[in-house]
Write a protein that binds this ligand. Structure first.
Ligand SMILES: NC(=O)c1ccc[n+]([C@@H]2O[C@H](COP(=O)([O-])OP(=O)(O)OC[C@H]3O[C@@H](n4cnc5c(N)ncnc54)[C@H](OP(=O)(O)O)[C@@H]3O)[C@@H](O)[C@H]2O)c1
Length: 229
């Protein structure tokens, strides 16, 4: 039975990943920091770990909890938008700290712990498969940037992209990618967003099932098309 790890799975896109992988017969290991998240994930039959991804002690403990695991797919979904801004409005330090700790520090603490478990699954499959994806955002693309709205979020996801690329350079056999989920109707995306979590995750799961080592270090849209860094 294939195994998925979903980090930040209490709601939104992360919860939908857990739902779809379970419906497809996968074993799902998922993290949440809330009671509601735990209940929702347990109802799906996922194995749940409580984890605030900005807490160094809790992230280190995750390393012990997943010791010996091999993940065919690992998806880092946790993220925050922070203060919504138009133009280069001054950013408050507490907001900066929250966004950067969640979107950059969390992955920098967790990815080194998760990558070996994805490598292990890749090795078990004879070098095929084994994907580690982090949900970035098209808003981080410098090549496409034509708006300076929400500049703190953009800056955090651009920093995250460096973290993903660095992780890809470390990967020996696994495939590490940055994924843009689309503009999705979640608490973050809002009710007017373009696509449902169901569609976003269905498409990203196809991408994760089809990518190969040639995609290592790529920045991909939910439909599989490349996004300029
Ligand atoms: N929705 C979009 O249109 C869109 C577009 C581009 C990229 N993205 C990215 O996709 C990812 C998922 O977005 P979403 O739309 O599903 O957002 P969401 O509905 O706001 O959910 C955010 C998730 O991140 C978790 N989280 C936040 N801080 C955390 C922390 N310190 N430790 C552990 N978990 C934490 C939340 O857990 P709690 O319930 O405990 O808060 C929740 O599960 C994010 O990285 C986001 O930046 C989303």
């Amino acid at each position: 039975m294939p195994v998925a790890l979903i980090l930040g799975a209490s709601r939104g896109i992360g919860l939908e990943f857990a739902r779809q992988y379970r419906a497809d017969g996968w074993r799902v290991v998922a993290t949440t920091r809330s009671d509601d998240g735990q209940r929702a994930l347990e109802a799906l039959g996922a194995e749940v770990h409580r984890l605030d991804l900005t807490d160094p002690t809790a992230v280190a403990a995750l390393g012990w909890k997943i010791d010996g695991e091999a993940f065919d797919a690992a998806i880092y979904c946790a993220g925050v938008m922070g203060m919504r801004t138009h133009g280069i409005q001054p950013v408050h330090q507490d907001n900066f700290d929250t966004v950067m700790r969640t979107n950059v520090l969390g992955p920098m603490m967790a990815l080194p712990i998760i990558l070996p478990a994805v490598e292990a699954a890749t090795q078990a499959r004879g070098g095929k498969g084994g994907a580690l994806a982090v949900l970035s955002s098209r808003m981080a693309s410098l090549g496409e940037m034509e708006s300076n709205s929400n500049w703190l979020y953009r800056a955090s996801k651009a920093a995250l992209n460096v973290v993903i690329k660095a992780t890809a350079l470390e990967a020996q056999q696994a495939t590490v990618v940055a994924l843009h989920p689309g503009w999705v109707r979640t608490d973050m995306g809002g009710p007017l967003a373009e696509i449902s979590p169901k569609r976003s995750v269905t498409e990203m799961r196809i991408v994760l099932a089809e990518i190969s080592r040639a995609h290592n270090g790529a920045f991909l849209n939910h439909d599989g098309n490349a996004i300029p860094w």
